[in-house]
Design a binder for this molecule. Structure first.
Ligand SMILES: [Zn+2]
Length: 63
């Protein structure tokens, strides 16, 4: 999952490190343009829960 550099707004930067802890996944990034480093943490169950609700709503609307 790519991210945007918060310092120079360079887009589509691939993660250079991935760390998974329980239901949370953290990606470490290093901008090749300006050298800025940052990390983005994401909650895995939140994403799957959103997908489940969307799928359920679409099914109900179709029926
Ligand atoms: Zn940058």
């Amino acid at each position: 999952m790519t991210d945007t550099c918060p310092a120079c707004c360079r887009r589509r930067i691939p993660p250079c490190a991935e760390r998974r802890r329980g239901n949370q996944i953290a990606h470490g990034y290093r901008c090749p343009g300006c050298g800025h480093q940052w990390a983005t943490a994401r909650q895995l169950p939140a994403y799957s829960d959103i997908h489940r609700r969307r799928a359920g709503r679409q099914t109900r609307e179709a029926a």
